[in-house]
Design a protein. Sequence first.
Length: 382
Amino acid sequence: MRRFSVSCVLYLAFASVACGAETESLHPAQDYRAKRSEPVQHDVDFSIVVTPPYHTHKLQVWVPVPQTSAGQEIGSSEWSTFPLDVTPTIHVEPKYGNKFAYFEFDDPQGAQIIRHRFQAKVWQLDWKIDPLQVRTVDSWPTAFDKYRGGESQAVVVDERFSKLAEEVVPTLGNPLDNMESIMDYVIRDFRYDHVDASLQASSLHALTNRHGHCSDYHGFCASMGRALGYPTRVTYGLSLFPKNSPSHCKLEAFLPPYGWVSFDVSETQKLMASIQQDEMIGAEEKNQLLAAAKNRLTSGFRENAWLLQTQGTDYELAPKASRPVPVVRTAYVEADGVPLPEPDPANVEKKEFAWMTAHKYVADREVVNSFKDRETLNAYTK
């Protein structure tokens, strides 16, 4: 049984009473409640090149379609294919509301190219969370069940995670502080690795190996948050910079009254490591930068060079594939009902891919990488 300090009990009692009257109004479909700033208009040219196995009769491809929300506005959109001319059908899967363009190629001869050109206006989102304003919810509405329960593929919640969650957070307190403890644990004990990564937001891969890429980090954090009783999810999208692997994911936790809040644990870890290893700056400046990076992480932040495509994990595609998917990064592909392996072009040890992406982004003004440009931390220096 968990232990609570007297001050924590008093805080939770007050927060629970304050929240009780609002519980019925809580809903996971609530849009982001963050400050929007620094809008950037991006022209996106994104292609997927699929090489089906020899003598494939039916090639099926599901491509995520970004949607307008509080953090982004999707403009004109155009799809094309080559060499076969296939018009996609648009579907929305029922569990999370993710939208997909579905392509079906009959008896494809050689590689098939799917091209999506569209415009997206993306804002920087800053939640600037005040921990004292975060409310504890004693009884979550049933609409949150899919974000609080364990899954079979990605966000697993079982005795292993419950036990570890009690070790990392021995005394329950403020929900944000508890999530911060989980993120601190990952930043301290996990190693970023593209060579041995699940590519599937596998909390089990992260738990077992203590390394992986962004989806392993955030799948693990989501599992740990759910083990503490909080709604969490993994969100996948595109980093709108030239890079080998265009996809990137983030962690979100639902923290009333702020709603869904975005956290990027893996990129923050890499940023903090680069600061720690920088021999050109003194100890005082280094400590200030590290504190600012940590403050930005726990305050809730999403950059204007990241485009949301999907929310949630472990769901049936629309139309249905041969099996539920743990996540969809940039596409999901099946040849005659058999899933083709996920590519990771950032893995230097891989030389062959069943499919690959090509992408170009043009912004209406200069865009900095918030996890490389340290000047972006100035707003979070205390």
